[in-house]
Design a protein around this ligand. Structure first.
Ligand SMILES: C[S@@+](CC[C@H](N)C(=O)[O-])C[C@H]1O[C@@H](n2cnc3c(N)ncnc32)[C@H](O)[C@@H]1O
Length: 232
């Protein structure tokens, strides 16, 4: 069992929104960048896409291969860094989907350069990340005495920084968290000549609120940012 399997944000909030943004994918060549255990890749393959999943973790690529095999889904999984996709030909993909991965890469600019290279003309990068305005190393909810959320405080916003942290208390080991300001996330694709097609800071619907009490925080600040970039 992996974090992704039981994570309410991932399964009931992020994944459905990303699938809605991607729309019809049948017969499209899709690269799932930072695919992890491959859940998005498998779902896109079930919807008729020709999917390649890439991840920097050899262990997760192995899990992704096993899960695709077990579910009888055809996805090609490759162990590679997002900033060096030597197995991917230029101008090959209709869509690069990067769900909750590009905030974790150590080389965002290099990764976006590779995305731009492997996309065909007219192709799109559709990405979700933790919202950089609220991901700085010193950012947290300040609570009232009764435990209710008073205000979300942010500091050290301009630091480009990585630090080890447990994602939840249930994690045995720490992962590397990263923060970079919003302008970095915009500058790299703009420098590569990609055009911003969509920019979403989603809140939460009543229906989603019924699925997890944790989503209530999403009525206060956007935890996530979704963007669509187009190679013209
Ligand atoms: C938060 S997980 C998201 C996984 C999956 N996209 C999902 O939403 O379930 C981030 C993923 O990005 C991968 N990753 C981080 N840095 C990477 C890099 N430089 N190149 C390729 N993958 C990377 C991690 O191994 C991890 O699987």
């Amino acid at each position: 069992m992996l974090h992704a399997d039981a994570n309410d944000y991932r399964n009931h909030y992020l994944l459905p929104r990303m699938l809605a943004m991607l729309g019809e994918v049948a017969d499209k060549a899709v690269l799932d960048l930072g695919c992890g255990e491959g859940g998005y890749a498998r779902e896109l393959a079930r919807r008729g896409a020709r999917v390649t999943g890439v991840d920097g973790s050899a262990r997760l690529i192995e899990v992704a291969r096993q899960r695709a095999r077990a579910e009888g889904v055809d996805v090609r999984f490759v162990h590679a860094n997002a900033n060096a996709l030597p197995e991917a030909a230029s101008d090959r993909f209709d869509v690069v989907v990067a769900p909750m991965s590009l905030m974790d890469v150590e080389d965002y600019r290099g990764s976006i350069r590779e995305v731009q290279r492997v996309l065909r003309r007219g192709g799109e990068l559709v990405m979700s990340i933790t919202h950089p305005c609220f991901s700085a190393p010193l950012s947290e909810w300040i609570r009232d005495a009764d435990g209710s959320l008073r205000v979300f405080a942010v500091d050290r916003y301009f630091e480009r920084i990585a630090w080890p942290q447990k994602i939840t208390a249930a994690f045995h080991s720490q992962v590397l968290r990263r923060h970079r300001p919003l302008e970095d996330y915009m500058a790299a694709p703009l420098e590569c000549g990609l055009r911003l097609g969509e920019f979403h800071e989603p809140s939460v619907t009543d229906e989603e609120l019924r699925l997890s009490h944790r989503f209530r925080k999403l009525t206060r600040i956007p935890y996530f940012l979704f963007m669509r970039w187009v190679k013209e």
